[in-house]
Ligand binder design. Sequence first.
Ligand SMILES: [Zn+2]
Length: 687
Amino acid sequence: MSPRSDPPNPLLTPWTGNFELPPLAAIKPDHFRPAFDHALAEHRSEIDAISTNSAAPNFENTIAALEKSGRELERVSSVFFVLAGAHTSDDIEAIERDISPLLARHSNALYLNRALYARIATLYLERATLGLDAEQARVLERYHTRFVRAGAALEKPAQERLAGINERLASLGTQFAQNVLADEKSFVMVLEETDLAGLPDFARAAARAAAEERGHAGKYAITLARSSVESLLQFSSRRDLREKAFQAWIRRGENGGATDNRKLIAEMVMLRAERAKLLGFATFADYRLDDQMAKTPAAARKLLDEVWGRARTKAGVERDALQTMVAEEGGNFALAPHDWRYYTEKLRKAKFDLDEAEIKPYFQLEKMVEAAFETAHRLFGLSFKKVDVPLYHPDARAWEVTDAQGRHVALFIGDYFARSSKHSGAWMTTLRDQAKLSGDVRPIVLNVCNFSKPAQGEPALLSFDDARTLFHEFGHALHGMLSNVTYPLLAGTAVPSDFVELPSQLYEHWLEVPEILREYARHCRTGKPMPKALLDRLLATRTFNQGFATVEYTACALVDLDLHSLPDAAHLDAADFERKDLERIAMPAEIVMRHRLPHFQHLFSGGGYAAGYYSYMWSEVLDADAFAAFEETGNAFDPATAKRLHEYVYGAGNLRDPAEAYKSFRGRLPTVDALLKKRGLADVVAS
Ligand SMILES: [Zn+2]
């Protein structure tokens, strides 16, 4: 018998299967650490070769060479982080804790490499005489900005301190996310049949499935997944249960013990402030916004302030109506945050004769996926065909995407159901980004959501909000799939975060286009389209409860900006800061921030939105104004407008400065009017 050798590591062997998809079913946690070590070493030697090249720097031997380097690390990382988000385990979490400081150290070594920076700086100075085309000039400019913003031009001691800060921040960010997930996993409210008063069938079915998944077969479970806890808050007539679940939900990351995030926040905010100072900025918010479309915290704040006062007024009117309803029912209590959704649902039913339980059978997951595809077909000529390829979980599904000429565009993966191995929220991510530098590389794009999984044999039903989330994430997915650039640095969603929500939020508008709803909102039992009267009533509720939604969001954006505008954050008490800041902006007592600081993952797990949560509203100014461009033509699918949208937004990655890209699409910069109208705030006086 011949000696058996270890099978090769599937992360390090070429991916030759369909669509060159990584062999997801064959990859085991044990494969990651050796693959990371190998890929990191390879990238290091590529960087060394570029930075120590004895030839004078030119675009090809420096910028293009950087763009071609690190491809293996890119491959290993993208597989790893897809799993760490969507299907994690104790093993994956342990590797993530080990690897995040190593990746931070690696990125430091790249961006603080003085010899490499000297080459980039030389090219940047000479940029006008290098004969570059527009895209090459943009890549060079982006590299220069990135290196400067990372501290490449600083003296050695400052660089060393920065490197230490970055590594520490990476570890803290990983820990933060894992703590939130741990708090979510440890809470489950197991209910008996008799506890379900008020819950409609779909919520009962979801609770039954959740109980089954958590080992309580035959009972009902409420978890802290948004769709689970929100349906309890919306429908349960048991005030005690609503309070219990709501308290657990808003206390994630703030429960004392090993998973408490408050100290982590204090340290992260302090380190970010210190990093900003080292780089010559007064505060982290100044540093962060300098490279965004908004440019300054003052510009972001101006927009938020414009909305905040009006939103408070509208929320006050909404609260009074809910309180009246409590009194009419004979309730002798002041409306509390855990009552808001319940009475809002009742009011909606009373006012519009509309309840979620009546709407939900019309929003089947399968049909909404088709609706998102059909919209992409009408706007951009895309077609979607289901394909059978091995993925990382049986709930994930894949489609091949082709264009009007039948050419391959992308592989799209949808992973829609909540499970305990998945982080909360909804997101788009990629297993491969588009680029044309080394062959025509087409992207593999994922949407990961947390919709309630139905019991066996039942159809998966969405709330209208869930359907909107599906369209939102699919808009991000299109931004990745339609990308048409040469250089990887500029591909798809690699744009400033106050611009990146434009393609996603804009896409939500097409869910509400009557011709899409008429065709795809079909009853799960009868297959009949939603009756026109119901559709009209549904669309009439668009601005209903928008005071609440705007307050819940805008408070988060304001607290985020204030927190990251602290010039010195030593001795920060995160909970105390949050309380005082909410007092300062006169937060209505009946509404809680959409994400409280101890579980505010946008800010603290990775930090992608730190001092950047305003981005959603900034982008909403853009999306409301952009959709108006279609409305002005009288056709929600106007071909000429769609063509410009494809060219300057969805297909353009980071080819242009965002303001310039928007102007190329719209012919002018946006105004805030369409946003105020969309939220029903146009005629509201600020309080
Ligand atoms: Zn988004």
